[in-house]
Write a protein that binds this ligand. Structure first.
Ligand code: XIL
Length: 373
């Protein structure tokens, strides 16, 4: 996926549209009459001013030993009424953030010989100020690599040095500050073969091992993860990931966890038993399990039946995590439907998150809360 986030003009249009929606809702007279609800059932009237349930999701999650996060790509400051609503929801409902883009290579190393940590540091500072954790995402990936790297010509030795010095600098910069690092992102094809990305091609297949060893040397205490999508379904890719991480552990490579991205399509989420069995298989290797980029997309326009199915799909994922000792974090890839990467990455699809475009809780939110209870 190489889509760049945020065209400024589109963002501004979206902000003002959302601000209008939010203002309309805040002024509605239904609002004054309704309180928040704890129960799962018909969708309650929208209330954008008070927390959606009497217990915030993060508190329900923490009682079950789960750190609950959301990816953030904008609105950590500014953004007018929409930004304020975003931050209220984020700090009120979540206990962690993942920078959606700001810790990727192209952002941190935009030009040769210099690093640019300001945006990522601002996220860490925001999290610290609000008592939240940060999942580092991601040190080594075949996408969103700075152009000066991908367009250059490198010897294998130069590519190795580029990889290790980048990891040493970045993991060193954030040393002691992160809940986890996604050290290697999306290394596998769906057929289980190794993706021939920039690093595999220029460094060699051992780039994965090299990345983990280098990250561990730079920050020995942060849990190190391999993160990928489509590992949630039994099959060639999950088997290959299992063999890969088992081999790494057997050889003493410092890997602590497996990240299931969990970018789902509504109605196609594996059953609770299947998902829990998949998680357990990896946990039994001694790995922590994180659900790192959860979203459940719906073909547009959606029906209310879709939203109901989505709610039960979310509950399935939460329950499978709770079934798994070692499943200790769930992160949704964005906060509200209006912030999601889905409409751009998968044209014709949308509404994948727990909050709607006006930051009101969806049926999925209530099902998520209920599953945590
Ligand atoms: C996505 C971001 O959400 C977008 O804004 C960006 O344009 C492309 O990347 N798997 C990952 C994430 O590991 O880093 C991706 O994030 C989504 C898929």
């Amino acid at each position: 996926m190489t889509r760049m986030s945020g065209h400024p003009r589109a963002d501004a249009r979206r902000s003002s549209r959302l601000a209008t929606i939010a203002a309309a809702i805040a002024g509605s007279s239904i609002l004054a009459a309704c309180g928040s609800s704890d129960s799962v059932g018909p969708r309650p009237p929208i209330d954008t001013t008070t927390p959606p349930t009497t217990s915030a999701l993060k508190d329900l999650a923490s009682r079950r030993g789960i750190v609950l996060g959301a990816a953030v790509e904008r609105y950590l400051e500014g953004g007018g009424a929409t930004g304020a609503l975003f931050r209220t929801r984020l700090t009120g409902e979540f206990s962690a953030v993942t920078p959606g883009n700001d810790m990727k290579h192209e952002r941190l190393a935009p030009s040769q010989g210099s690093y640019s940590f300001a945006a990522a540091d601002a996220i860490v500072a925001f999290a610290q100020a609000n008592g939240m954790r940060v999942r580092g995402h991601t040190l080594v990936w075949g996408s969103q690599i700075a152009r000066w790297v991908t367009t250059g010509t490198w010897t294998q030795e130069q590519a190795r040095t580029m990889l290790t010095s980048y990891i040493t600098t970045v993991a060193g910069h954030f040393k002691g500050k992160l809940l986890a690092w996604d050290v290697v992102n999306e290394p596998l094809n769906d057929d289980g073969s190794l993706k021939q990305n920039f690093w595999a091609t220029n460094v060699g297949a051992d780039y994965i091992e090299l990345a983990f060893r280098t990250a561990h040397a730079a920050d020995p205490d942060v849990p190190l993860f391999l993160n990928d999508y489509n590992l949630e379904y039994p099959g060639a890719k999950a088997d290959a990931a299992y063999t890969l991480v088992r081999d790494l552990r057997t050889r003493g490579v410092p890997i602590d966890g497996i990240g299931f991205q969990a970018h789902f399509i509504v109605g196609t989420v594996p059953s609770r038993a299947s998902l829990a069995a998949t998680f357990k298989r990896f946990a039994d290797l001694g790995l922590k399990v994180h659900i790192t980029e959860l979203d459940i997309r719906i073909r547009q326009p959606s029906t209310s039946a879709d939203l109901t199915t989505q709610a039960s799909d979310y509950a399935t994922v939460v329950r499978a995590c709770l079934d798994t000792p070692g499943c200790e974090s769930i992160v949704t890839w964005g906060l509200a439907d209006s912030d999601s990467w889905v409409p751009q990455a998968f044209p014709g699809w949308g509404e994948p998150l727990l909050f709607d475009a006006a930051y009101a809780p969806k049926p999925a939110y209530y099902a998520f809360a209920d599953a945590l209870k």
